[in-house]
Design a protein around this ligand. Sequence first.
Ligand SMILES: [Zn+2]
Length: 131
Amino acid sequence: MRPLRFRWLRYLWAAPNTLIGITIGLLLGGRIEWVAGVAEIHGRWIAKGLRSMPVPAAAMTLGHVVLGCTLADLERTRRHERVHVRQYERWGPFFLAAYLTASLALKLMGRDAYRGNPFEIEAYAVDDPSA
Ligand SMILES: [Zn+2]
């Protein structure tokens, strides 16, 4: 168990991404629920946005915010998305650049830019330990 007194530092480190997530969630009129220290936001316009991304998604994490198409999607993807929350806590403001750089490098090598991304491999390992 990590000491609680340093927990705020992880929130501060991830705050720029959390602010992006909160802003998108509110602009798209999503409903917010706090689940174990993470803001989960879902709604019709969020669903439209997530489903029209290059890799259509049921949910997406930005710092301590998880945007989801529906409440059911948020529940189903919770373990996976929490791995991404931990990644934001480690990488802070550099997470998105690191994630996108890994995807771009994989694409340039002709490999799967999504499932081959080390950040996704770590997250999918929680969903399916045999993956
Ligand atoms: Zn993921």
